[in-house]
Ligand binder design. Structure first.
Ligand code: AOF
Ligand code: ZN
Length: 349
């Protein structure tokens, strides 16, 4: 029975160090697109001797930082990486070669990289070099870390999430409600997670301003690109400047539709887009309709506020009524705070 216990402890250790790697990976949240979030720890004799995460596209990968941190101690150590190490020359050289050169004994991988340039070739390269490789430890956790990256790689379009706030009597609200931009609140988290936010409202027509989307309240946060859609002047995109509210850039697209917006995001290397539906204007109606017809809406985040009113006429939510048949809602999750209840899930058309 001693052997069984030792075996079990070993498996738990793998999970423990992988979860630590996931924590490290999260430090890059909001900065890595179109690259994934990746974390790595290097462990020798049950001691963490090196740690690293991928901070930004173009900068070294997680493994490189962790190996640098470990130095000579990487020899005969185990490397835990949330994503399969790359085996290609991209903006940076292959991590497989760095791991081989550092003489690690074992590599534990959270998930295989969906990037077709990598896809299992990294694992094969390490095994061919005589390194023991274990794949799939805390796999679901590692996948959830990079849902936008995975979607973007496999589908070729950014992950599109529809967000809206409802009154308790089921009508669309045109405001975000109170308190949602607070640090740690759900909207603040969305601002951290998403590369771009689409807003379209006559509310903003007079004042095309980055104020239309509050800045993320998280310290040092990356700010998503604001895409503000105007029917009369096509689609405009505004980017927040670091020195608050100045230097708004606008980009005009020929057409106002999701295809044009998603193509634009692809060209900019943006992997996740939040369609932030506020109020009953026709631009939202058209975008939501298109999102459903073309099955582009992958996810929803619905906030229910303690308010009894809201839009009743031309409510773009009516578009969602078409969704009642044949669409599965998966991985439903709800969170409650003092201000509101937030429900989120995935749409499987
Ligand atoms: C890893 N660890 O930390 C990251 C990986 O242009 P590059 O050189 O940065 O390569 C980008 C690709 O490398 C990216 O699409 C993904 O397949 C992989 N990212 N891989 O082992 C990392 N960021
Ligand atoms: Zn790499």
């Amino acid at each position: 029975s001693y052997v069984v216990c030792a075996q079990k402890k070993n498996n738990d250790d793998d999970g423990f160090y992988m979860r630590k790697s996931v924590e490290l990976a999260r430090k890059g949240l909001g900065y890595t697109s179109p690259n994934p979030l990746v974390g790595c720890v290097i462990v020798k004799d049950a001691q963490v001797v090196g740690q690293g995460f991928h901070p930004k596209a173009g900068q070294p990968h997680a493994e490189v930082f962790a190996l640098r941190d470990a130095g000579d101690l990487a020899e005969n150590a185990t490397a835990y990486v949330t994503l399969e190490p790359c085996n290609h020359f991209g903006r940076t050289p292959p991590c497989t070669e760095a791991l081989i050169k550092a003489r690690v004994k074992k590599v534990v991988v959270g998930m295989v990289d969906p990037n077709p340039i990598v896809a299992s070739k990294g694992v094969d390269r390490l095994r061919n070099a005589g390194i023991e490789v274990v794949v799939g430890i805390e796999e679901e956790l590692c996948k959830s870390l990079n849902e936008a990256y995975i979607h973007h790689m496999l589908v070729g379009k950014p992950l599109l999430t529809l967000r809206y706030s409802l009154s308790v009597n089921g009508n669309l609200l045109d405001s975000l409600g109170n308190g949602v931009t607070e640090s740690g609140g759900y909207y603040s988290r969305l601002l951290q997670e998403y590369d771009a936010i689409i807003l379209c409202s006559s509310l903003f027509r007079e004042s095309l301003s980055v104020d239309s989307v509050p800045l993320s309240q998280e310290p040092g946060a990356n700010q998503p690109i604001r895409i503000i859609v105007h029917k009369d002047s096509d689609c405009r995109e505004t980017t927040a400047s670091e020195e608050a509210q100045q230097g708004i850039e606008t980009v005009s697209l020929d057409e106002i539709n999701l295809d044009a917006i998603l193509d634009y995001c692809n060209r900019q290397g943006l992997c996740s887009v939040l369609l932030d539906m506020r109020g009953n204007c026709s631009e939202y109606e058209e975008l939501v309709k298109e999102g459903i017809e073309k099955k582009y809406i992958n996810k929803f985040v619905t906030e229910i506020l303690p308010v009894w009113n809201g839009c009743t006429q031309n409510d773009p939510l009516l578009q969602l009524k078409n969704l009642d048949q044949g669409v599965k809602v998966e991985n439903l999750r709800s969170m409650a705070s003092a201000q509101s209840v937030v429900v989120e899930g995935y749409l499987n058309f």
